[in-house]
Design a protein around this ligand. Structure first.
Ligand code: FEO
Length: 171
């Protein structure tokens, strides 16, 4: 049976990943409504990834003899001032997620649950990548400033960063 404190920490992380998915879905929808189709594509895909992060946790908890709790979610922010606002929010959200992941790892070590500790290493690595990506996007936004042409190219760049081709993307 999974350790109860570890189970609780993992279930808390289920909620965080689910809320991340909702937060990025709201950003994607806003971008789509504001003519930023590449940004929307990138964020829709990011939202899907967060759902996969959540599912991976749900399945792990259940497989280890625990009970995954599918949580009620807080309403995400749905209005944004622009891409800078979106990606500033995204980066600070990811920094917070990293902190939460480290909390789970901490509980694993305190409870000597080395199996879950090993499982969580995937999330630790994933956070390094997610934060690096968000920071590189913020750097690009910093370069653009208020340049409309730059914004157009930025949007196209994000489309290229998405693995789903636009034609196969969300209709
Ligand atoms: Fe699953 Fe972006 O943290």
């Amino acid at each position: 049976m999974i350790n109860k404190k570890v189970e609780k920490a993992l279930n808390n992380q289920v909620k965080i990943e689910a809320e991340s998915s909702q937060a990025y879905l709201a950003m994607a929808s806003w971008a789509e409504c504001n003519g930023l189709n590449g940004t929307a594509l990138f964020l829709y895909e990011h939202s899907d990834e967060e759902r996969q992060h959540m599912l991976k946790l749900v399945k792990f908890i259940n497989e280890r003899g625990g009970t995954a709790i599918i949580p009620e979610l807080n309403k995400p922010t749905t209005a944004f001032k622009g891409i800078k606002d979106i990606f500033t929010t995204l980066l600070s959200h990811e920094v917070n997620v990293t902190k939460e992941i480290h909390e789970v790892v901490d509980v694993c070590l305190k409870e000597k649950d080395y199996t879950t500790h090993n499982f969580m290493q995937w999330y630790v690595s994933e956070q390094i990548e997610e934060e690096a990506l968000a920071r590189s996007i913020m750097d690009k936004i910093g370069l653009i400033g208020n340049d409309k042409g730059g914004l157009y190219l930025f949007d196209r760049d994000l489309e290229k960063l998405s693995t789903v081709a636009p034609a196969n993307g969300p209709a």
